[in-house]
Design a protein around this ligand. Structure first.
Ligand code: NAD
Length: 507
């Protein structure tokens, strides 16, 4: 046990939320929540017991009986209040997030803000959960739809957006009339818990939102639980595929947003300054730990001559603790993550790629124990190399070349992932061709990280996603509700003479 883990016995325990109460877990299995810039232990998080998971689901099931009938305006007003509370507590939320996750304070505010946008959208549920009506579909017959909540829904979230991604899930699930069990990342659950406290303060009733912590066992218990109707997962492809298969087999509705390899295509006619800035920001921001990071750039034709400028720009980024002003690149989440990314860099060198910029073991004065890796760039990368074929999830940008836009499109379409892609060009015709031909669910045109705002849905595709409907936006209203179609006739004895109808037709 090192010096830092000894601190763990004195730090706070992260609580479970069951039936409106923040309770201490009875688990014997705990894990430290560690500041990735310093290795200081911030808290301990339990791996909840099977009984605790059952208690959370049972509380959610009881709460559903009344919550599903709570007027839509009353549900909406809770989220109006909630968005206000998140705004008022933004600085505190960002500070907690930076301490446990490592990203810079401005980026931590961005993480909270992109979740806040979903909360604002949830407050508009009165306009979103509307059915349809067709009048006179047959004589005296009207047909209309109800979008009814499913029951207890569950969410499992990753470490890289501990504010935004929980907020993708429980606000819209609850606003549509469901109750919820959340399983945050065990690596950084503290900002999620502060957001959950604020949700209760905003008026989410007891039992409507519950939280259990843990890892594989808790996730499997959620997948298998007979009283959970839908599971939303965001995380790696490996775990997401497991969750999708297991929860689907148990009869649940499931959506899984998973890993990625996002290509940015640079045409030689692109605005050079803006493109270089966009690439560097999108590859190295959040230390590359974004599912929509531009981790791969395809330089077309004469744009291949921009590599020295790209490297020079990446060199200017400041690697430091996220809490320090002016930091561009904070630490990666854990020592294991740092070793994993360094392993990828070693493999890239062994496989023959050119290491243009080596970010391993940077000097970070005052934070010598942090999990830092500086911006790293490889050129001469080709499919078949591990640094191209796998998601690195660190501050490593790999550069490929293509002779034409069509060749770049073919390369991207041959990659299994479909989370995001971007094209840099000043040609409208090239942009339109790209948008039409590219087989990726989220496309940016001179926008490096095209994550849609919640008026739309997150629409990653192919190997980056399982399930038909995405998080937030209109799609998630469909995900969290069952459409019930009512076909209705009221007899008016004086005017309607239907008689016996032995056909399938409505008369
Ligand atoms: P992860 O898959 O390791 O963990 C995600 C969740 O699954 C966590 O809550 C974790 O506790 C749980 N989990 C971990 N191992 C498990 C197992 N064996 N069985 C069951 N559950 C398990 O992902 P992560 O490292 O926290 O997050 C990074 C990954 O998430 C990257 O691959 C990234 O691309 C992806 N991601 C995708 C999106 C998207 O929208 N497509 C968004 C954010 C992150």
């Amino acid at each position: 046990m090192n010096e830092m883990s000894r601190v763990a016995t004195q730090v706070a325990n992260v609580k479970l939320l069951i039936d409106g109460e923040f309770v201490e877990s009875k688990s014997t299995q705990w894990r430290d929540v560690v500041n990735p810039a310093t290795q200081v232990v911030l808290a301990r998080v339990p791996f909840a017991t099977a009984d605790e998971v059952d208690a959370a689901v049972a509380a959610a099931k009881r709460a559903f009986v009344t919550w599903r009938k709570t007027p839509i305006g009353a549900r909406a007003r809770i989220f109006l209040k909630y968005q206000q509370l998140i705004r008022e507590n933004m600085a505190e939320l960002a500070a907690i997030l930076t301490a446990e996750q490592g990203k810079t304070l401005p980026d931590a505010e961005g993480d909270v803000f992109r979740g806040l946008e979903v909360v604002e959208h949830a407050a508009a549920i009165g306009n979103l959960q509307l059915g349809e009506l067709a009048n006179n579909v047959a004589g005296g017959v009207d047909t209309y739809t109800l979008l009814q909540p499913l029951g207890v829904c569950a969410g499992i979230t990753p470490f890289n957006f501990p504010a935004m991604i929980p907020l993708w899930m429980f606000p819209m699930a609850i606003a549509t009339g469901n109750t919820f069990v959340l399983k945050p990342s065990e690596q950084d659950p503290m900002v999620t818990m502060r957001l959950v406290e604020l949700a209760l303060e905003a008026g989410v009733p007891k039992g409507v939102l519950n939280v259990v912590h843990g890892g594989e066992d808790v996730v499997n218990a959620i997948c298998d639980h007979a009283d959970i109707k839908a599971v939303s997962f965001v995380g790696s492809t490996r775990v997401g595929t497991h969750v999708y298969n297991r929860a689907s087999l148990a009869g649940k509705r499931v959506q899984c947003m998973m890993g990625a390899k996002n290509h940015a295509v640079v045409l030689p006619d692109a605005n050079k300054e803006q493109t270089l800035n966009a690439l560097v920001g999108a590859a190295f921001g959040a230390a590359g730990q974004r599912c929509m990071a531009a981790s791969t750039a395809v330089l077309v034709g004469d744009a291949q001559a921009w590599i020295p400028d790209l490297v020079a720009r990446a060199r200017t980024l400041k690697v430091n603790a996220g809490i320090e002003p002016g930091t561009d690149v904070g630490p990666v989440i854990s020592c294991a993550a740092r070793e994993r990314v360094e392993g990828f860099i070693g493999d890239g060198v062994r496989e023959g790629a050119t290491l243009e910029l080596d970010g391993r073991k940077p000097d970070v004065a005052g934070y010598e124990n942090g999990n830092f890796i500086g911006p790293t760039i490889f050129s001469g990368v080709t499919p078949g190399m591990r640094i191209y074929d796998e998601e690195i999830f660190g501050p490593v940008l790999v550069l490929l070349t293509a002779e034409s836009l069509d060749a770049a499109i073919a390369l991207i379409n041959a990659n299994p992932n479909g989370n995001g892609t971007a094209l840099f060009t000043q040609s409208g015709a090239a942009a339109r061709r790209f948008q039409e031909e590219i087989d990726v669910g989220q496309v940016g045109i001179n926008v490096p990280i095209p994550v849609p705002v919640p008026l739309f849905s997150f629409t990653g595709s192919r190997a980056s996603k399982l399930g038909d409907l995405g998080p937030y936006g209109k799609q998630v209203v469909m995900f969290y509700t069952q459409t019930k179609t009512v076909t209705q006739r009221w007899f008016d004895d004086d005017t309607l003479h239907v008689g016996v109808n032995t056909t399938i037709s409505l008369k």
